[in-house]
Structures are given as structure tokens and as C-alpha cells.
Design a protein around this ligand. Structure first.
Ligand code: CA
Length: 235
């Protein structure tokens, strides 16, 4: 069992069936001060998650049994695991397109072979994004600040006038960065599942949100992913 809970170290669950890569990941992360748990497949990962929730999951795409991609979707669909950041490990170029395009729910992906330096940089970036939500609920991303309590949005301390629907849309996006959402998913999340609204309504509000953010240069964060949907990204 874990004994170092009080140290405040981030726990990372590595799900990878290849021993050499698993060892490499574990060693590199431990050297950086992370506490690592290892699993060779989804079943072991599940047992691990039940014992303790990690701060981040490194998830291999190709696993024996259930694939990493299916597991990522499943984690996203369950309330108790929805908020755990996931970085996918992929092997081939075409897989990256799938990770990007499909709604896997992954926060980022790394293509094998990768350097330790790249791995650590990605892990730190994803963890930083998640910890940018402070206790008051205020979320800040590169100068764009959203306060769910007061319904205020500001750009580098300049107040932004924003309508309620655009606020809700931005709130959802900013809390779930780097992931692609379809129109129907956004409708469920922002408008609610029992509200009948046409999917093109989403496009209308995306346009308005971009227009609202445009004077401050933040419209670039609201990105169209062709034939899939939209995402909030600072890249
Ligand atoms: Ca594998």
C-alpha cells in the first residue's frame, strides 16, 4: 500500500503491456519525484484505480484484451474517473490521427519512440493544466480567466461582456481543454440532455463565443476539428 500520501507527490498510473517501456516510464517518472503504479492491462488498471485514484494515467493504445482507447472512453463516461487526466501512448502515425479525431477523452498523446524529456514535459503540462483550477473554482488559462461564482470572464484583467450561453460554453471548454467534442456532446453538456436544440445551434454559439473573445485574441483557443466538432486548445 501507499505510505507516502502525506508527501503530496503526484501519483501516476502506467498502463503498458511491454515490460521494457513500462520500466523506462516508471524509472523516468520516479526520478522526477512522481509515485508510480504499474498495470499490464485494463484489468490490472481497474484494480489499481479501485485501491487509489491516480493524478494522471499514462495509457498505452495497444493492450491485450480491452484496448487503451476503449478504456479511455470508459474512464471518461464514469463520474468517479471522469476527471483523471489521460495521456495516450501510441505507436504509429495513423493512430495519432485517431486519438486526435475521435472523442477518446485523452488529454494528450505521445508517439513511440519518445524521449524521457518529452514524456516529462507532457506529464508536467497536463498536470499543470488540471491544477490551474484553484479552490475558489476560478480557472485561468494564459491570461483568460473565468469565475463560475460571479459569472465573470476577463482577459488579462480586462472584463469581457459575455452572454449566459457563451459563458456556459466557455466554462465547459476551459474545464476540459485539448479534447474534441461533437456538437451533440456539447448540447448534452452545455444545454442539458432533455433540451431540444438543433445541432447547428452549437455552431451559432461557437461563432458568438469566438466573436466575444476575438478583441482579446483568445478566439484562437476555440478550434474547429473538421467533421468531428470543437475543442478548446492553447496550442
Ligand atoms: Ca502495447
Amino acid at each position: 500500500m501507499q505510505t507516502d500520501m502525506s508527501s503530496g507527490k503526484d501519483r501516476i498510473l502506467i498502463v503498458e503491456d511491454e515490460e521494457a517501456i513500462r520500466d523506462m516510464l516508471g524509472y523516468a517518472l520516479m526520478k522526477e519525484g512522481y509515485v508510480c503504479e504499474e498495470a499490464i492491462d485494463v484489468e490490472q488498471a481497474r484494480n489499481n484505480l479501485q485501491a487509489e485514484k491516480p493524478n494522471l494515467i499514462l495509457l498505452d493504445w495497444m493492450l491485450p484484451g480491452m484496448s487503451g482507447i476503449d478504456y479511455a472512453r470508459r474512464l471518461r463516461s464514469m463520474p468517479e474517473t471522469r476527471d483523471i487526466p489521460i495521456i495516450m501512448l501510441t505507436a504509429k502515425g495513423e493512430e495519432v490521427d485517431k486519438v486526435r479525431g475521435l472523442e477518446t477523452g485523452a488529454d494528450d498523446y505521445i508517439t513511440k519512440p519518445f524521449s524521457t524529456k518529452e514524456l516529462i514535459a507532457r506529464v508536467k503540462a497536463v498536470l499543470r493544466r488540471y491544477s490551474s483550477k484553484d479552490a475558489s473554482g476560478i480557472i485561468e488559462v494564459e491570461g483568460l480567466t473565468l469565475d463560475p461564482e460571479t459569472y465573470r470572464v476577463s482577459a488579462n484583467d480586462n472584463h469581457i461582456e459575455i452572454s449566459p450561453t457563451e459563458f456556459k460554453l466557455l466554462h465547459f471548454f476551459i474545464g476540459h481543454p485539448e479534447r474534441v467534442y461533437s456538437r451533440s456532446h456539447l448540447l448534452d453538456q452545455v444545454w442539458g440532455e432533455n433540451v431540444y436544440v438543433e445541432e447547428r445551434t452549437v455552431d451559432v454559439h461557437i461563432r458568438r463565443l469566438r466573436k466575444t473573445l476575438e478583441p482579446f485574441g483568445f478566439d484562437k483557443f476555440i478550434q474547429t476539428v473538421r467533421s468531428v466538432g470543437y475543442r478548446f486548445s492553447t496550442r
